[in-house]
Ligand binder design. Structure first.
Ligand SMILES: Nc1ncnc2c1ncn2[C@@H]1O[C@H](COP(=O)(O)OP(=O)(O)OP(=O)(O)O)[C@@H](O)[C@H]1O
Length: 736
């Protein structure tokens, strides 16, 4: 860190919201320097010390990136006079300002702050002294707070966030309980809060610390393992991982339960939000299932289905017919099955029967106020739209996610639709399910379609599994693979993996499946050759070819594959934009890593870098094209992006690719589970290429993913409603 001294000449840019600023300063030795960073508007008359580092900007040369700053104790006399007579102080004119500086000298401010009565020497009366002093303190408070925050090792950006959140009370709030920042300030987690607490001298066994660690441990587990609750032993085990095991947890657990931040239900510990979300979801689904206001004429439905068969030139199987009739004659139902079992065919058939039954005009756009087709990812929604030739959107879009981060439809503003069909439902986590279902009116009919054997959702819970296992809503399972799909070895291999009975016959290349037995050191070369071959055949790197792997690190991890494939297939394309250890170039294939409904991009969306440019603040940004949606990424946004020549199997859920290549090596072993491999294999539409050790395929098929700890099925089954269970005035709304 270096230090420069100077005064601000002018602000080139200042963002009121986050205080990101660019300013020119004149240094002690009369040099003009550009400073950038997060800082407020400061007086242009005062001298400041700036701490930071020099950075080189590609077009604008050297800039000083500031981390902290402080007003100098000594100011030039003329600067001080200008400051005191500026609008920062009402009621002080040029004459009085000059007199203050003349009488008290260049460190006048320091003297007045220490003892305001020194102003008597200047001839100010008590009232004016008080008024002046108040303004001085007010003007200095923000700076004082910031200086104190820098002292806690907070970056300029976080410090400004704190100041914006707590204003004048920032230091009191921070010192009272630094762990509150975890909840209040985005970007501060337990580790950072703990660092501040340590500086404040908060003891390792302080109750506030232990409570925060328990919550942190539980949140981490919920997101890593997808569990909704922990057992007593697990709570302790994970809290000890954060705190070390010589800490007494009893009091903190009791206090958290007392504060209703942790809920103990029988012998299960839940975070309040997870607990109440699960209960509310279960209550809502039970409510939807009760809706019997629409009585369907089964005989008529069957007659219509017969005519749709003729119209579509399709002989539905018995189970497929059962699925269509069940879905249409129940308020809420589930259809589950693997690839090629006819899920899409069934949705198409039931929509047609529904149309005729209700005498609807599907060509009229108003139909989309009655029928909603949705899927959790953009890609899955797009596929649904293409296959069904009807409009389909992501769940977030249907819920009307707004720029302000709120949903237009929620439990108070219900969606207008009478029929709601949700595809790829295995990907829906507890929180999204809660948002979606609570926004559905009780009279609506809901059809949930998905492949329950795939990986569970990335977020906590296993909603589809729980809905099926609850036995409270009708479920139709499609097991038969259909004619056109029957010849596909991809589908038979997927099915063998899923049923855990891989035979020798499954392990030979045939038709659309290529199994390359190769040692790990050969795999990268083989992949490059295969990609080259596919490109020569006219396949496209962005849309058609996908390498899937279970982990990021290591020689055969996703990161390394991306590096190698980028070098090989997008070489020397000009200026790049670097974030962390990755550099993106125009033409690169990229993947969005988190849901960003505001910008209409979702976790797992694949795009291509279209341009790299500079914004008004002379910072680089990148334009990524996702289908026909162009999205801008500042450097700060690049955390949400990754190269996508290779992606994780988890991220591939809900998407399909013409050609899928899956390396299969020992270093993946701890990740290899049936659900993972099944999901990876079923992503391939035309060709599946597995490279490496085929014994590992058998190994993977024999290992099941650990079950998630959830209680949705139990709650759906339970007769006891939430209201009866309430022991006191606690309401789920307090936690939402
Ligand atoms: N009863 C049937 N008779 C003839 N062909 C069928 C029948 N059911 C489905 N098919 C055909 O089987 C293929 C797979 O069906 P569909 O696409 O509906 O399955 P899916 O479960 O949606 O699979 P995926 O998720 O892989 O798309 C399609 O070509 C479809 O036309």
């Amino acid at each position: 860190m270096e230090t420069i001294k100077g005064r601000v000449k002018n602000y080139v840019f200042h963002n009121d919201e986050n205080s990101y600023s660019i300013a020119r300063i004149i240094t002690e030795d009369e040099q003009l320097v550009t400073i950038v960073g997060y800082f407020p508007i400061v007086s242009e008359d005062m001298n400041y010390v700036f701490h930071g580092t020099w950075v080189k900007h590609a077009s604008y040369g050297d800039q000083f990136k500031i981390e902290s700053f402080q007003k100098c104790d000594d100011q030039s006399e003329s600067g001080l006079v200008s400051y005191l007579s500026s609008p920062f102080f009402h009621g002080i004119g040029q004459k009085t300002a000059e007199k203050i500086v003349e009488t008290l000298g260049p460190d006048a401010l320091k003297k007045i702050t220490a003892d305001k009565t020194v102003l008597k020497k200047v001839g100010l009366n008590a009232i004016r002294i008080e008024k002046f002093y108040q303004q001085l303190i007010e003007n200095q408070t923000n700076e004082h707070i910031l200086v104190a925050l820098y002292g806690y090792n907070l970056s300029g950006k976080l410090a400004m966030k704190l100041l914006n959140q707590y204003q004048m009370l920032t230091l009191e709030k921070l010192e009272e309980n630094p762990y509150r920042l975890i909840d209040d300030i985005e970007g501060i987690g337990f580790i950072k809060a703990d660092e501040i607490a340590n500086k404040l001298g908060i003891a390792k066994d302080d109750l506030r610390r232990i409570k925060a660690a328990i919550i942190y441990a539980m949140q981490n587990i919920a997101y890593q393992n997808g569990d909704l609750y922990l057992t007593d032993e697990q709570v302790r085990q994970y809290a000890y991982q954060v705190l070390g095991n010589d800490i007494e947890l009893e009091l903190a657990i009791e206090a958290l339960i007392e504060e209703k931040r942790l809920i103990l239900d029988e012998d299960r510990y839940y975070l309040a939000l997870s607990y109440f979300t699960e209960i509310k979801l279960a209550d809502k689904i039970k409510e939807l299932a009760k809706n019997t206001n629409k009585v369907y004429d089964h005989g008529y439905l069957e007659t219509l289905l017969d005519s749709v068969e003729i119209q579509r030139n399709m002989q539905y199987t018995k189970v497929q017919k059962e699925a269509i009739i069940t879905a249409l004659s129940n308020p809420i139902s589930v259809i589950t099955g693997g690839p090629g079992t006819g899920k899409t065919t069934i949705i198409d058939g039931l929509l047609e029967v529904y149309r005729i039954y209700n005498k609807l005009n599907f060509k009229n756009p108003a139909i989309y106020e009655k029928i909603a087709l949705m899927a959790p990812t953009g890609r899955a929604a797009k596929r649904m739209k293409e296959l069904l030739d009807m409009d389909a959107k992501t769940i977030h879009r249907h819920l009307g996610y707004n720029y302000d981060g709120l949903f237009a439809y929620d439990e108070y503003h219900l969606m207008p639709h009478d029929l709601i069909i949700i595809d790829e439902a295995s990907m829906i986590d507890l929180f999204l399910a809660h948002k979606l279902f609570t926004a559905i009116k009780n009279e609506a009919q809901v059809i949930i379609v998905g492949d329950v054997d795939q990986l569970p959702s990335v977020g906590p819970g296993q909603v589809l599994t729980d809905l099926i296992e609850s036995n409270v809503i009708p479920v139709v399972r499609l097991n038969e693979i259909h004619r056109q799909a029957k010849d596909s070895k991809i589908i038979s291999l997927a099915s063998s993996v899923n049923q855990q009975n891989l035979t020798d016959n499954d392990l030979i290349s045939d038709n659309d499946v290529y199994l390359y037995r190769a040692s790990p050191d050969k795999i990268k070369d083989v992949i490059i050759k295969q990609v080259e071959g596919a490109l020569n055949e006219g396949y496209n790197m962005i849309d058609d070819i996908q390498i899937l792997a279970p982990m990021y690190k290591g020689d055969l991890g996703i990161d390394n594959f991306n590096k190698i494939l980028q070098e090989k297939f997008n070489p020397n394309p000009g200026e790049g934009i670097t974030y962390g250890d990755k550099t993106y170039f125009v033409g690169d294939k990229v993947i969005q890593l988190v849901n960003d409904p505001e910008r209409l991009i979702m976790n797992g969306d694949i795009g291509v870098v279209k341009a790299i440019k500079y914004n008004q603040q002379n910072e680089q940004y990148m334009v990524v094209s996702f289908d026909d949606n162009d999205v801008m990424y500042d450097k700060g946004d690049l955390e949400e992006l990754n190269l996508a020549y290779a992606i994780s199997i988890h991220k591939s859920q809900g998407s399909e690719y013409k050609i899928v290549m899956i390396p299969m090596v020992r270093s993946y072993m701890h990740m290899l589970k049936k659900e993972l491999i099944y999901t990876a294999i079923t992503r391939a539409k035309q060709y599946l290429i597995i490279l490496g050790d085929m014994h590992l395929l058998v190994y993977a098929a024999n290992h099941l993913q650990e079950r998630r700890q959830t209680t949705l099925a139990y709650r759906l089954n339970s007769e006891i409603t939430h209201q009866e269970k309430e022991e006191d005035d606690i309401s789920p709304y307090d936690f939402m």
